[in-house]
Design a binder for this molecule. Structure first.
Ligand code: BTN
Length: 248
């Protein structure tokens, strides 16, 4: 592949960096665009949730990629993004950031960040994949809604060194460039094993909600498509390509 160069644009307050990057993608922007905002008014999380994005507390940025891959392989790109974010944050802050499927960023089983991937195929040209990354760097415990306080944390609260926010973004982008190129050249297997090495709840009993069903079992791996593998009490191994995973 041709070498990928990031073009980082900095904004002060926006509604959502994912919306801005999606809009630019519709206008034909090539891959490599990164929009970083100091705060968001309408930060969006997975499953239609709101992502709290106050100034001075965290990273809020979105990346445009245009991988020439069949749509079913694009889902693996969200795990590529998770591995890159975990590695980049660990390297730049010194705390060990781990992953919960599909790509929650966690420290000591608490959520410190998340990734929202959105895919658009307008039909003309390469499809657009927008990877939105939100990380609690310095959010104080009082900064989360009361119902999330026991489940959320920040890098600083966990003892990480948080200096220049830009340095953390550069570190994530450096890992993303590495893993994206590895994925395009060598496929998913290297990412699959790295993801499993970073997974913080392998072997745990969980409940997966699919929207129509609740399945309980033990997390036993990740298949070659990036789907989560859960072994149920009957011994069946079920593969999930989407869903919410809750610890039992
Ligand atoms: C999650 O629910 O875990 C994913 C959260 C993703 C939040 C980021 S912040 C930057 C980008 N812009 C958004 O509106 N959302 C993502």
């Amino acid at each position: 592949m041709t070498s990928l160069a990031w073009r980082i644009e900095k904004e002060s307050v926006v509604d959502s960096t994912n919306d801005l990057v999606l809009e630019r993608a519709r206008q034909g922007e090539p891959e490599g665009l990164v929009i970083h905002a100091l705060a968001q008014r309408k930060g969006r999380g997975r499953q239609g949730r709101y992502w709290l994005s106050p100034p001075g507390c965290g990273l809020y940025f979105s990346i445009l990629l245009r991988p020439s891959l069949p749509a079913e392989l694009i889902t693996q790109m969200s795990l590529v993004a998770g591995v890159s974010a975990a590695e980049g944050l660990s390297k730049s802050t010194g705390v060990h950031v781990r992953l919960k499927w599909p790509n929650d960023l966690r420290i000591e089983s608490k959520k410190t960040g998340g990734i929202l991937c959105e895919f658009e195929n307008s039909g003309d040209g390469l499809p657009a994949l927008v990877i939105g990354i939100g990380v609690n760097l310095k959010t104080p415990p009082s900064g989360y809604p009361a119902n999330l306080r026991t489940q959320a944390t920040s890098i600083e609260e966990e003892g990480g060194q948080v200096g220049d926010f830009d340095a953390a973004i550069h570190s994530i982008l450096e890992r993303l460039k590495h893993w994206y190129q590895s994925f395009l050249s060598n496929g998913f297997s290297g990412i699959q094993s790295r993801w499993l090495g970073l997974c913080d709840n392998l072997g745990e009993m969980v409940q997966v909600s699919t929207g129509t069903d609740f399945i309980q079992g033990c997390i036993c791996g990740l298949n070659h498509k990036g789907h989560l593998l859960v072994k149920t009490a009957s011994g069946d191994v079920r593969a999930f390509d989407s869903g919410e995973v809750a610890t039992l």
